[in-house]
Design a protein around this ligand. Sequence first.
Ligand code: NAP
Length: 229
Amino acid sequence: MTTALVTGANRGIGRHLALELLARGATVYAAARRPDTLDLPGAKAIALDITDPAAVAAAADLAGDVDLLVNNAGISTGATLLGDLDGVRAEMDVNFWGTLSMVRAFAPVLAANGGGAVVNVSSALSWFAYPGSGAYAVSKAANWNMSNALRLELAGQRTQVTSVHLGLADTDMTAGFDGDKLSPAVVATRVLDGVEAGDLEVVVDDWSAMVKASLAKDPREFYAQFLTA
Ligand SMILES: NC(=O)c1ccc[n+]([C@@H]2O[C@H](COP(=O)([O-])OP(=O)(O)OC[C@H]3O[C@@H](n4cnc5c(N)ncnc54)[C@H](OP(=O)(O)O)[C@@H]3O)[C@@H](O)[C@H]2O)c1
């Protein structure tokens, strides 16, 4: 009888996570910066920009019965680390600071509801970078290790923390990229299956698994594909 809150539920992976939660019988708070863009019959709409501390606090007050917090909201601007610093900060503001502020606000709510779970939608880019992904990759690496640290800090209240890693899914975020893309519906199913199974990491696809495995090797092997002469 889960009660979930999903950030960025108006489109992409977040919308499919909300749909799948509804299909599995959960009560769902669908959070979006513009609730008028939500298309989720049966969900409870919440206006929420995760970079707005007052809105985050209001969401935690309003959704006091939540036992599953799904931090899906994210941005990918293409900002590079040596380019415009405002772009780098924007990625960190949403993908790291916004996500952390949601966990900080909802930790007492989850504790009051038996511990529950936090899901942080990270990326395969937690574990590598490619040209043009600098700020996003750094923000998702921070998001990933935030999950590891929060898992320890929330263990005392029995809150499961699950980090999600995937390559390309077919959403607005990847509209400019070619290649095989996962259906966001499939992503949602794999994520929720993993959370239900108690997985601490959901590695959604083979690409993410390969990238993770590459960390145990000499980085020259992996980065050779990008560092062409
Ligand atoms: N698509 C992929 O290939 C892929 C791969 C790995 C990881 N991911 C991650 O998966 C998550 C969902 O991505 P997606 O592909 O579904 O992207 P998307 O289609 O671009 O959707 C992003 C969602 O995040 C919301 N959002 C952005 N900034 C926000 C903020 N400050 N406060 C609240 N909501 C905000 C957006 O709301 P608005 O509509 O208001 O902009 C939108 O609902 C992200 O964390 C992303 O990094 C995606």
